[in-house]
Design a protein around this ligand. Structure first.
Ligand code: SAH
Length: 335
C-alpha cells in the first residue's frame, strides 16, 4: 500500500483514486508512511529548521459576511478595532528583537483602510529593509494591491477557501464568487508578490472530491506558501452548530502537499493548534515547516476571534515564543 506514497514522492503527483485512498484510508501503516515521507522531504529541503512569521492581526473591521468567520460583518457581538500605525510598528519591533524576520499583517477585508496602510507598509519597509512583509487583507482592487506592493510589501496570503465554485457558494453570501478570488490571486502573483493560498479542511458540506479539487488547484497554481487548517465553528456565525474539521485529515493533506510541492512554505496553523494541543509539532512531523506566533497586542486578541477557542488568555509574544522553542526542541527541531 505504501507504494502509493512512494509514487507520490517520486512523481510529485498522484491519480484522483490514489489521493482518495490517502485521504480516506484507515490503514494506519499507510498514514504513518505518508507522514514519514513528507517529513523526510521537508528535512531534505529545509533541515530541521522551522521558520517563524510574526502574525499581527491588524484589524477586525470587515465588509464581508463569510458564513464561517467570527469577524463577519453581521456579528455585532464583537468590538471592532484597527491597530494604529504605532501599535503595528511596535509589534514589528518586538518581533524583530526576538529574531523574527517576517511580519504578517492580517485583517478583515476593508479596501479603503487597506489603501491607507500604504504609508505604514512603507515605514515598515524603511525601518526593516531586510524583513519580509506579508499581507493578508482579502480581495482588494488591483490598484490597491499595486500600491501596497510598491510601498514594499512582498508577499500576500489569500486562501481560495475551496476550489469547487458550488461549495464556495455555500460558504459565502451571494455575491462572493470563487472566480473573483482566483482573479485576485492572479493579480497578486502578476504584481510580483510571493503568493500563498489554501483552504479550510472540514468546512461544512465539504466532500473528499472537493478536497481533491483543492489539492489539484494547489498542484497547478504552485503557490509559494500554503495556508490550511481545520474549520472550527464560531458561536456567533451561521455555522455555529457544524462540527470542527479533523486534525488527522489536515495532517494528511500537509503531507500530500509536501510531497507534491517540496519547496512550499507550509505553516502548522493556529487552527490546528487550537484543535489539538500538540498541533504544531504534529504539523511539523507531517511536513509543515513554518509557525506563525501571534504578535497582536494581547488586549486585542479576543476581538480577532475567527473561531471559538482561538484566543489563549494572557501569554505575551516573548513567552509564547519561548514555549514554542521548547516544544520544537522535544521533536529535535529548532528555529
Ligand atoms: N480577510 C482576509 C483574512 C481572512 S482570515 C481574507 O479574506 O483573506 C484568514 C483565514 O482564516 C481565512 O482565509 C479562513 O480560511 C480562515 N478562517 C476564517 N474563519 C475560520 C473558521 N471558523 N475556522 C477555521 N478557519 C477560519
Amino acid at each position: 500500500m505504501s507504494n502509493l506514497v512512494d509514487a507520490l514522492r517520486e512523481r510529485r503527483t498522484l491519480s484522483d483514486k490514489g489521493l482518495r485512498e490517502l485521504l480516506e484510508s484507515d490503514d494506519e501503516g499507510l498514514v504513518e508512511a505518508l507522514h514519514r515521507n513528507a517529513r523526510e522531504v521537508a528535512v531534505e529541503q529545509f533541515g530541521k529548521v522551522i521558520w517563524l512569521r510574526a502574525l499581527i492581526e491588524w484589524s477586525n473591521v470587515c465588509r464581508n459576511d463569510c458564513l464561517y468567520c467570527g469577524i463577519r460583518r453581521s456579528n455585532t457581538n464583537i468590538v471592532r478595532y484597527s491597530l494604529t500605525k504605532d501599535e503595528i510598528l511596535q509589534a514589528c519591533d518586538l518581533a524583530w528583537q526576538l529574531g523574527l524576520r517576517t511580519f504578517v499583517l492580517q485583517g478583515g477585508e476593508n479596501p479603503p483602510a487597506a489603501e491607507k496602510l500604504t504609508p505604514v507598509v512603507a515605514e515598515m519597509r524603511a525601518s526593516w529593509p531586510e524583513a519580509a512583509i506579508t499581507l493578508s487583507l482579502g480581495e482588494l482592487p488591483y490598484d490597491t494591491y499595486a500600491l501596497l506592493r510598491r510601498s514594499g510589501a512582498n508577499r500576500y496570503l489569500l486562501r481560495h477557501e475551496t476550489a469547487n465554485p458550488a461549495h464556495y457558494g455555500r460558504l459565502h453570501p451571494a455575491g462572493m464568487k470563487l472566480e473573483n478570488r482566483l482573479a485576485c490571486l492572479r493579480s497578486i502573483r502578476e504584481l510580483g508578490f510571493k503568493t500563498g493560498t489554501g483552504m479550510m479542511v472540514g468546512s461544512p458540506f465539504q466532500t473528499t472530491d472537493d478536497l481533491i479539487a483543492d489539492i489539484r488547484f494547489l498542484e497547478s497554481f504552485r503557490p509559494d506558501m500554503i495556508g490550511l487548517g481545520p474549520f472550527l465553528p464560531h458561536h456567533d456565525t451561521p455555522f455555529r452548530d457544524y462540527p470542527a474539521g479533523s486534525a488527522d485529515l489536515t495532517l494528511r493533506i500537509y503531507s500530500i502537499l509536501r510531497l507534491m510541492l517540496p519547496q512550499a512554505w507550509i505553516p502548522a496553523t493556529t487552527a490546528l493548534a487550537t484543535l489539538r494541543p500538540d498541533g504544531r509539532t504534529a504539523g511539523i512531523l507531517a511536513g509543515a515547516n513554518v509557525v506563525m506566533p501571534n504578535f497582536t497586542p494581547v488586549e486585542r486578541r479576543d476581538s480577532y476571534a475567527l473561531y471559538d477557542g482561538k484566543s489563549r488568555p494572557g501569554a505575551e509574544a516573548a513567552e509564547t515564543l519561548q514555549q514554542l522553542k521548547s516544544e520544537l526542541d522535544t521533536i529535535g527541531y529548532h528555529v
